[in-house]
Design a protein around this ligand. Structure first.
Ligand SMILES: *Cc1c(COP(=O)(O)O)cnc(C)c1O
Length: 236
């Protein structure tokens, strides 16, 4: 007999999957291209355990909390989606299966150095500040285009899988559309450059869309959506 938390989470998950499928249908995409990262930063442990029986990709903002939860649920793929300080890089590499939030060349170089020491080749995304808000971290699109050669240089030590962005806070998901479309266009432009400079650097992933705007993000090409409050609504 599933607990009531499990039932609520199951329904929320099914609703989200339906909305993703509809958005894929509208935009001619395959639902298999879209992965859901369940963001657990505000979730109670009981809900996380319930969700872990239904889903295997979870996201956390803080490396410390991610590490603790990874030790409790080691079979889950834990995604780091929040800002990473240089002194937490080792912890993050030990516990995260994908780091979404590499927001500077300096951090990328640090990750590459620590990864070489650890003899691992971690998967990362580069965070881009498409909206240009000063409150948001990340490369600017221009910076990333300029730095692309240096990024490619790191790709021996680090697997760069794609880009991540955050849309401005807004009631209206349509406000996020140009930001999401901008990330896709940038990804395609960088992919084209990579072909000519270093054959083989694939950057398929677009991590974009949260509870309020994931439908728009899927329509614009998201391959990873990061949802917290939507999955746990109706619980308290
Ligand atoms: C908290 C968070 C999310 C999830 O936000 P919800 O609105 O609860 O879906 C997604 N991405 C990042 C980077 C976050 O910090």
């Amino acid at each position: 007999m599933p607990s009531s938390a499990t039932r609520v989470i199951q329904e929320n998950l099914a609703d989200v999957q339906c909305q993703v499928a509809d958005a894929c249908g509208r935009s001619g995409r395959d639902t298999a291209e879209v992965r859901l990262v369940a963001v657990t930063k505000y979730a109670e442990w009981e809900w996380i355990e319930a969700l872990s029986k239904l889903h295997s990709d979870f996201g956390e903002n803080r490396p410390q909390q991610l590490a603790e939860r990874h030790q409790l649920l080691p079979e889950i793929h834990w995604h780091l989606i929040g800002q990473l300080q240089r002194n937490k890089v080792r912890l993050a590499l030990e516990h995260a299966s994908l780091i979404h939030s590499v927001d500077s060349l300096r951090l990328l170089n640090r990750i590459a150095a620590v990864a070489e020491e650890m003899q691992s080749r971690p998967e990362v995304l580069l965070q881009v500040n498409i909206s240009g808000e000063s409150s948001k971290s990340g490369f600017s699109a221009t910076q990333l285009l300029n730095d692309w050669q240096s990024v490619i240089t790191c790709s021996g030590a680090v697997q760069i899988k794609g880009l991540m962005t955050m849309a401005p806070d807004s009631e209206d998901p349509e406000d996020a559309r140009p930001v999401f479309a901008g990330l896709r266009v940038l990804r395609d432009e960088l992919a084209e450059r990579s072909d000519s400079v270093s054959a083989g650097l694939q950057i398929p992933e677009l991590s974009m869309g949260m509870s309020s705007d994931f439908v728009t993000a899927v329509e614009e090409g998201a391959t990873l959506i990061r949802l917290g409050s939507r999955l746990f609504s109706g619980l308290s």
